[in-house]
Design a protein around this ligand. Structure first.
Ligand code: NAP
Length: 275
């Protein structure tokens, strides 16, 4: 049976094993997919151990996407652009790195939610591994502007510089730099992991769509704040999670699994909470 794992910290509540087992069942495969607790600095050792056990692939989550990029023997074009890796494949004795986060987000927004991106003004909170993975695909989808804000301003500055695109600006703490109004506000921070609302400039949400990469109850603080401050719609990142996983599955198994039944099953399973 082929072995795969999701590596990161915290990892206890990762839904990736459940998603990949569903994909495997839907496509007639048998896979073993584990959660492995790996803290910052521990990825090289964890990957050696996985390879020694016959592991063929790994998903990489908080806080290891930059570390995975540094360790990947051959990063894909998507990973190079993001400078972050969320999917590793063991091929010919080396780990190949890719990044499926951006594709997953764009597919959830446009295909599942029906939120068009062309000519939209987007405000992005966060500049970590997930934000790095989504900025390129958002720009490719034809957005009009991308305004970035991060708790640590230097990291936002670096991400704006790395984009090298005139549509991308940095918001300062004094207030939004290029707006409002915004059409879409995305939370790509890890603040929700501790139930916190990240800091951001005032006046972002009036008439906007709000999207949190976090999913389930951990997205509640951001999404209810957005609704209370005038957002037209607010959605969590469960759809993105399933879509980025489907792209990882395609890279590993050569087939794209159906995502709608898996998303519906997870939503029902997570049920009992108000977003
Ligand atoms: P990361 O590389 O560790 O970066 C964390 C980001 O969150 C940084 O921008 C950090 O700001 C910010 N942050 C953390 N705590 C904060 C707080 N209390 N207030 C304000 N900002 C805070 O993590 P990541 O890989 O980018 O992941 C970010 C989140 O996205 C995670 O919660 C992850 O679960 C989620 N995610 C979801 C999906 C999905 O498919 N739905 C995919 C990828 C990621 P500083 O730079 O100031 O530290």
């Amino acid at each position: 049976m082929s072995l795969y794992a999701v590596l990161g910290h915290p990892i206890d509540h990762s839904l990736s094993p459940r998603i990949h087992e569903d994909f495997a069942a839907l496509t007639g495969r048998i896979v073993r997919y584990e959660r492995r607790e790996v803290r910052a600095g521990g990825l090289a050792q964890a990957l050696s151990a996985l390879a020694a056990e016959g592991g063929l692939g790994a998903n990489i989550t908080v806080p290891l996407k930059g570390e995975a990029f540094a360790l990947a023997a051959r990063p894909s074009a998507r990973a190079l652009r993001a400078r972050a890796v969320n999917t590793l494949s063991w091929e010919n004795g080396v780990w190949i790195g890719d990044n499926t986060d951006g594709l997953g987000l764009v597919r959830d927004l446009t295909h599942n939610l029906g939120w068009p991106l062309r000519d939209r003004r987007v405000f992005l909170i966060g500049a970590g591994g997930a934000a790095q993975g989504i900025v390129g695909p958002l720009l490719d989808a034809g957005i009009a502007t991308l305004t970035l804000f991060n708790r640590t301003p230097e990291r936002a500055r670096e991400l704006v510089a790395a984009c090298a695109d005139a549509r991308v600006h940095r918001a300062t703490t004094g207030g939004p730099a290029a707006g409002p109004p915004y059409d879409l506000v995305i939370n790509a921070t890890a603040a929700g992991l501790s139930g916190a609302l990240p800091a951001f400039p005032d006046g972002l949400f009036e008439g906007a769509m709000a999207y949190d990469l976090m999913y389930g109850p951990k997205a509640r603080a951001f999404l209810s704040h957005a609704r209370a401050h005038g957002a037209r719609a607010a959605e969590d990142g469960l759809g993105m999670l399933v879509e980025q996983a489907a792209e990882s599955f395609r890279l590993w198994h050569g087939v794209r699994p159906p995502t709608a039944p898996v998303r519906a099953r997870l939503r029902a399973w997570l049920g009992g909470y108000e977003l």
